[in-house]
Ligand binder design. Structure first.
Ligand code: MSP
Length: 511
C-alpha cells in the first residue's frame, strides 16, 4: 500500500490553542481522511513544541517548572483534537524521551559529517519569536534605530555567547538547485519565489546552541549547551516515526508539511539543509498557508482578541467550522474570519444547497416509492450530464487536494450540488408522478439518490460526522461496513430494492 505522511507544525505551549492552530490541523485532517479513503496508508502527525526560553520564562513567571506548564497546555491541545474530529495517528511532545533521543541523534549526524563547529556568537535576539537577527538584517528591515524585531516589531536583545554553528552556507547551492529542480517543493508559488530569492541573497551559518537557558535538549557531550529550539522542533517530523532506531523510517519523506507563512524559512531553508547535511531525504512538499484576522483585526495576545476554539464550538458544529475555514479563503492566502460570513455560507451552501437536495430527494423517494429505489431505466441526456459532472468532480477534487487547494475542491463539489438541484427542477419528478410516467420517475429518483451519495462521499473528509449522518439516511439507517473510493466511489453502487430513510435535516437553517 502506498503511504502518505502529512504533518502540522508542533504548537508552542506558551499560548492556548486559537483559530490559527486549528486551521492547519483541520487542513491536515482533511488530507489525511481523503488519502485514507483513496486507500493509502496514512500517517498524520501533530504535537507540541515545549522547549525554549519563552516557555522557561513563562513558567518562571508563574513559579512553576517548565514541564508543569507544558503539561497543562498540552492537555488543552490533546483534548481539543477529538472535538474537531481530528484523526491524527500520533501526537509528539518534544519533552518526550523518544524525541530527545531523535534530536541528539540528529545533532550527532550533523557533527559527524562536519556540519557543526564551535565559535562565538554575537547577535540580536527576539525572545517572543525565538529568532536571531544579524545587524545587517535589522538595518535592511529598518529596525536598527530602535532595535526591534522585523517580524513582530518588539525589542530585540543583544546576545554574545559561545555557540555551536551549523554550516548552513555550505548548502546554499544545493538548496537552490533543489528548489529549481522541484517546482512542487515549496507552495504556493509566490512563497517559493520568496524563499528562492532569500537563499540566493546568501546564507549565513546558523547558531544552533544556547548557554543562556536550560529548558531544552542538551548538546551531546557538552551539557552546558542546549540545542537551538528550531533544530529540536523540526526533528519532530522524524523522531515521531522512530528515528534514529530506524535510520530512514517508514513514511519518510513526508508528502507534505503544512505550516503557516511565518515559519516558512525554517521549513524551506533550515530543515532541508539540515537533512542534506544528515544525508536524509527531503520532504516532498512544504505548503505555507496564510494568516487569519478576526472580524478585521489581527489576533494578538496583548489585545486578548484571539479566537478560541471553545468560543467557536459553543456556537457551531465542528463540521461547519471545518467547512467554513477551508471554503472561505483560498489556502495559501490571508483571510478574515467573521461570524456573519460563516452564517451566510452555512445558510446558502449547506442549509440551502446540500440540505435542500438531500431533503427533497429522499422526501420524493418516500412519497412516490415508500423509500425504495427501483432500477434506473433508459438514460436521457440530462442523466448522462449529471453522471459526467460527478465523475469530473471526483477527478478535479483529487487534483485540487494534491495541491492543497481545499477551496477549489469545495467549490467543485458545490457545482455538482447545484447541478443536482437543477436536475430536480428540469426533470420535475412531481410532474412525472402526475403523468404516471413510472419508468422515467424511477430513473430520476435513482439518479438523485446516487448523486446525493457521491456528494456525501466527496464531502466526507471535510465534514465527517454530518456526511456520515447523510450517508446513514441514504443507506437506510446504517453506514456501509467499509467506505473507500474503491468500494463506494463509483456510480451505481445502490441497487434496485435499496431502502433509504425519511430525510432528517442535517443542516437546519440558522436565523
Ligand atoms: N513551534 C513553532 C512551530 C514548530 S514546527 C517544527 C510555532 N508554533 S506556534 O504555535 O507559534 O504556531 C503554530 C502555527 O500557527 C504556525 O504555523 C503559525 O503560522 C500558525 N498561526 C498562528 N497565528 C495564525 C493566524 N492568525 N492565522 C493562521 N495561522 C496562524 O511556530
Amino acid at each position: 500500500m502506498e503511504s502518505y505522511y502529512v504533518t502540522t507544525p508542533i504548537y508552542y505551549v506558551n499560548d492556548e490553542p486559537h483559530l490559527g492552530h486549528i486551521y492547519t490541523t483541520i487542513a491536515a485532517d482533511v488530507l489525511a481522511r481523503y488519502q485514507r479513503l483513496a486507500g493509502r496508508d496514512v500517517f498524520f502527525l501533530t504535537g507540541v513544541d515545549e522547549h525554549g526560553q519563552k516557555v522557561q520564562q513563562a513558567a518562571e513567571a508563574r513559579g512553576i517548572a517548565p514541564i508543569a506548564l507544558a503539561d497543562q497546555v498540552v492537555e488543552r491541545y490533546r483534548s481539543l483534537w477529538p472535538e474537531l474530529h481530528i484523526t491524527n495517528n500520533d501526537f509528539i511532545r518534544t519533552s518526550s524521551d523518544r524525541h530527545k533521543k531523535g534530536v541528539q541523534a540528529m545533532w550527532k549526524r550533523l557533527q559527524d559529517g562536519g556540519a557543526i563547529y564551535k565559535d562565538f556568537y554575537e547577535d540580536w535576539y527576539c525572545v517572543p519569536c525565538e529568532s536571531y537577527w544579524t545587524e545587517t538584517q535589522l538595518k535592511d528591515a529598518d529596525c536598527w534605530d530602535h532595535k526591534h524585531c522585523p517580524d513582530c516589531r518588539r525589542s530585540v536583545e543583544k546576545v554574545q555567547e559561545e555557540s555551536y554553528f551549523f554550516r548552513l552556507s555550505d548548502y546554499q547551492q544545493r538548496l537552490i538547485e533543489h528548489i529549481k529542480n522541484n517546482p512542487d517543493f515549496i507552495a504556493p508559488a509566490s512563497r517559493r519565489n520568496e524563499v528562492l530569492s532569500f537563499v540566493e541573497s546568501g546564507l549565513n551559518d546558523l547558531s544552533v546552541s544556547r548557554t543562556t537557558f536550560s529548558w531544552g535538549v542538551p548538546v551531546p557531550d557538552d551539557e552546558g549547551h542546549v540545542i537551538y529550539v528550531w533544530i529540536d522542533a523540526l526533528t519532530n517530523y522524524l523522531s515521531a516515526l522512530g528515528f534514529p532506531d530506524q535510520e530512514i523510517p517508514a513514511y519518510w519523506p513526508a508528502d507534505v508539511h503544512l505550516i503557516g507563512k511565518d515559519i516558512l524559512r525554517f521549513h524551506a531553508v533550515y530543515w532541508p539543509c539540515m537533512l542534506m547535511a544528515a544525508n536524509l531525504p527531503l520532504p516532498k512538499r512544504v505548503f505555507a498557508h496564510g494568516w487569519w484576522t478576526v472580524e478585521g483585526e489581527k489576533m494578538s495576545k496583548s489585545r486578548g482578541n484571539a479566537l478560541r476554539p471553545a468560543e467557536l464550538l459553543a456556537q457551531y458544529d465542528a463540521d461547519v467550522i471545518r467547512y467554513f475555514l477551508l471554503r472561505e479563503v483560498p489556502f495559501g492566502q490571508d483571510g478574515d474570519f467573521s461570524f456573519t460570513a460563516l452564517k451566510q455560507r452555512y445558510n446558502s451552501e449547506l442549509a440551502n444547497d446540500v440540505g435542500n437536495l438531500l431533503n427533497r430527494s429522499l422526501a420524493m423517494l418516500q412519497k412516490y416509492r415508500g423509500g425504495v429505489l427501483a432500477e434506473a431505466g433508459e438514460e436521457h441526456a440530462s442523466d448522462r450530464a449529471l453522471i459526467a459532472d460527478i465523475e469530473g468532480m471526483q477527478r478535479d477534487v483529487a487534483a485540487h487536494l494534491d495541491h492543497q487547494a481545499f477551496h477549489l475542491a469545495l467549490e467543485r463539489i458545490g457545482v455538482v450540488v447545484r447541478h443536482g438541484n437543477r436536475y430536480v427542477e428540469e426533470n420535475a419528478p412531481w410532474a412525472l408522478a402526475r403523468a404516471g410516467d413510472d419508468a422515467r420517475l424511477d430513473t430520476v429518483l435513482y439518479h438523485l439518490v446516487e448523486t446525493l451519495r457521491l456528494i456525501a462521499i466527496a464531502l466526507l473528509p471535510f465534514m465527517p460526522t454530518r456526511m456520515a449522518a447523510m450517508l446513514t439516511q441514504i443507506h437506510g439507517g446504517s453506514l456501509p461496513q467499509e467506505i473507500s473510493f474503491a468500494s463506494q466511489g463509483g456510480w451505481g453502487v445502490l441497487k434496485a430494492g435499496h431502502q433509504s430513510e425519511k430525510p432528517q435535516p442535517i443542516f437546519p437553517r440558522m436565523e
